[in-house]
Structures are given as structure tokens and as C-alpha cells.
Design a protein around this ligand. Structure first.
Ligand code: SF4
Length: 361
């Protein structure tokens, strides 16, 4: 059992990824795959590690089906960090995957103290689902946990017999009953696509942040104990888009760390203007010695979202050389984010009534 225990529900940035890889037995994401897979998350080292991705790579290259599974616990509004995960889900969808995007309202209610009742989780579900549809998912790609079929819940109870309290304790530390039930649902989310009532046995991929790895370790263990011949789920690990404040990831519970998909453009502008940068103390010093894009929250907005590789590289180089100053750089960023938000929010309006119907009807 690894010495480090990561809190899947925490908001702290992981500093030493190398140490975490080693302890949890993750493999660095191979350069060969980065070159062949046409998505910025691979090219820009946002996907950094994997478990058993070879199986998925093989399916993609040979144009064979595989399961694409991820989900969102509907405990708050979505931000740009969530967008990065959804973008990657859409990449796998376009590679010919069978898609299971979970809108996990029951999970959100049972695992998060801040969600007082299921109705609140469902209201966030409406918003999260409308965002996901506006970003490019279709109705057929998603399922809503509280409206899942009886077979899914039956399967969740089957899973409950295959994991002990001691295992939960060892993986997660002390857990309350709500979190235990949310975890059982998450294991069902990842595995149920392989039941014969859905797609049948086939490899599955789930893109997660590294602190979600306890769930993957647990689900792989459970998969072996169930009376089905499942493929062990594969996973890739994405780094978090850094939060706008120093040392924090983008977090729904810390509004000023993130740009939310429903932020008014002027709110996003204020957040960008106040964000932590890799700039120097004075303009003269920055012109002379250059900035530090690696730690800069503005640069990371470009890195995670700006579609044009050349432009991102140009920003990186001119920051490093001292040619680009933070004021100008923030202006470019504000324009990019404002345009994205305006477009996105227009689409969101169109999808909100559809999402509401899907959740509440
Ligand atoms: Fe960051 Fe841009 Fe300033 Fe460089 S110039 S430190 S990328 S804000």
C-alpha cells in the first residue's frame, strides 16, 4: 500500500508528480503516443501518465471500439478546468469510442457536505449538463445518475460485496457513509459499460486528475473480484489547470481560483487582471531577464485552451525573452476568454431547457 494518501476531494496542488507516480505505479505517458494523438492535451504535456493506456491506443490506431467514461459530481458550477476534461472526452468520442459521460447528482449529494439535498445536486446537474452539451456532447453521450436503469443500481450493490471496510480505510482514510456510497457508484460508473446489457467486455478509458487515482486503484481491484470477465479499466492522468491564485488548483469551492463557464465576461476580466503571473517585479527587470511562463497562471490558460499551437509557443518564447510584458499578455488572454465565454453562454442558453427536461422530467 502506498505511503502517500491523496485526498480525492481536496483543493491543494500536487507539487511532486514524480514521487506520486513512483508510489502509485503509474507510467509516464509515452512520447510516441503524444505525437500520434491529435489533441493539445497530449502535445502540451497535460496528459502526463497512464495505467494500461496501451490497450486504448491499440483500439484507436486500429479503429476499434472502446469505452470512454468520465463523469462530473454535480456539486457546483463548471469552470475552465472542467472544460479541459470535457474537451479530452470529446477527443476520445471522435476516435470512435462508446461514450458514457456521467452527470453524477447522487454522488454529489452523498459525498459533499455543501450539498444539502438532492434537489440542489439536480439543479447543479442542469447547469453542468447544459455546459457539457454546449461544449459539444450530445444527449446520447451522457447519462444522469439519478435516472439510471435498475441494472446499474443492481450492479452497484453487487460491487458493495466485493470491497471491505478495511480496504476503504486503507485507500481513503476514514470515510463517512455518504462517501462510501458515492465511491460504490463511481466504481459502477467506470465498470457498468462492460456489462452485457451495455457494450460487453472491452477496454475502457477514464481521464482523471492524479488525486482521483485512489478510485482507479479500488475499481481495478473490485473488477477482478466480480463474477464477470472485465477488462481492467485503463486511465490517463491529466494535470490540473492551475488555479489563478498561487499554489491552488481551480476549485469550485474557491471562486477566485477559477474562471467559471457562467462567469460574466467582466468578472472573468477582473479575475485575469488579478491572477498570479510569472512576471518580474519591474518592467525593466522583465525586459532584461524575461518572465517565467511555467509558473504563470495566464500562460496556463493559453496552454490548456488556446487552440493554435504556434501562438502558444510564440507567447512562451516572447515571455521568456522579455519581449512580451504581463499587461499586454493579459489583454490577449482577456480577449480570448471573453470571446469564448460569450459564445459558450449563447449556446448554454439554448441547451439549458433541454438539460432541465432531461434531469427533471
Ligand atoms: Fe505570464 Fe504573460 Fe507575464 Fe509571461 S508575459 S509571465 S506568460 S502574464
Amino acid at each position: 500500500m502506498p505511503k502517500t494518501r491523496i485526498d480525492p476531494w481536496g483543493a491543494i496542488e500536487i507539487k511532486d508528480y514524480g514521487k506520486v507516480f513512483k508510489e502509485f505505479g503509474l507510467k509516464p505517458f509515452p512520447n510516441e503516443y503524444k505525437k500520434r494523438l491529435d489533441h493539445l492535451a497530449f502535445r502540451r504535456n497535460i496528459v502526463i501518465a497512464h495505467r494500461d493506456f496501451e490497450k486504448i491506443y491499440d483500439k484507436i490506431i486500429n479503429k476499434k471500439p472502446f469505452i470512454n467514461m468520465t463523469g462530473i459530481a454535480t456539486s457546483g458550477y463548471l469552470h475552465m478546468g472542467h472544460k479541459a476534461v470535457i474537451d479530452l472526452f470529446i477527443f476520445f468520442k471522435n476516435c470512435g469510442a462508446k461514450n458514457f459521460f456521467g452527470i453524477c447528482d447522487i454522488d454529489a449529494y452523498t459525498s459533499r457536505k455543501k450539498i444539502p439535498d438532492l434537489k440542489t445536486a439536480k439543479e447543479f446537474a442542469v447547469s453542468n449538463l447544459a455546459d457539457a452539451l454546449a461544449l459539444g456532447l450530445t444527449k446520447n453521450d451522457v447519462y444522469i445518475q439519478s435516472k439510471k436503469e435498475q441494472r446499474y443500481y443492481e450492479f452497484t450493490f453487487e460491487i458493495s460485496k466485493k470491497i471491505t471496510g478495511a480496504t476503504f480505510q486503507a485507500i481513503y482514510g476514514t470515510l463517512d457513509l455518504g462517501k462510501i456510497s458515492a465511491n460504490l457508484l463511481q466504481y459502477a460508473d467506470i465498470l457498468h459499460g462492460q456489462l452485457k446489457e451495455y457494450c460487453g467486455k472491452m477496454p475502457s478509458i477514464t481521464a482523471i486528475a492524479i488525486e482521483q487515482d485512489p478510485h482507479i486503484r479500488a475499481v481495478r481491484d473490485v473488477a477482478k473480484r466480480l463474477p464477470y470477465s472485465f477488462e481492467l479499466p485503463s486511465s490517463i492522468y491529466i494535470i490540473h489547470q492551475p488555479g489563478l491564485k498561487e499554489g491552488m488548483k481551480m476549485s469550485s469551492s474557491e471562486p477566485d481560483t477559477a474562471i467559471f463557464l457562467n462567469d460574466k465576461p467582466e468578472v472573468a476580466k477582473r479575475k485575469i487582471l488579478n491572477a498570479f503571473t510569472g512576471g518580474k517585479d519591474t518592467v525593466e527587470e522583465q525586459k532584461r531577464t524575461g518572465g517565467n511562463p511555467e509558473v504563470c497562471k495566464i500562460y496556463n490558460i493559453f496552454r490548456f485552451h488556446y487552440p493554435d499551437d504556434k501562438k502558444v509557443e510564440e507567447i512562451y518564447k516572447s515571455c521568456k525573452s522579455g519581449k512580451l510584458l504581463c499587461g499586454n499578455c493579459k489583454e490577449i488572454c482577456i480577449k480570448f476568454v471573453e470571446n469564448f465565454l460569450k459564445e459558450h453562454q449563447k449556446k448554454y442558453k439554448k441547451f439549458e431547457p433541454i438539460a432541465r427536461k432531461m434531469i427533471f422530467d
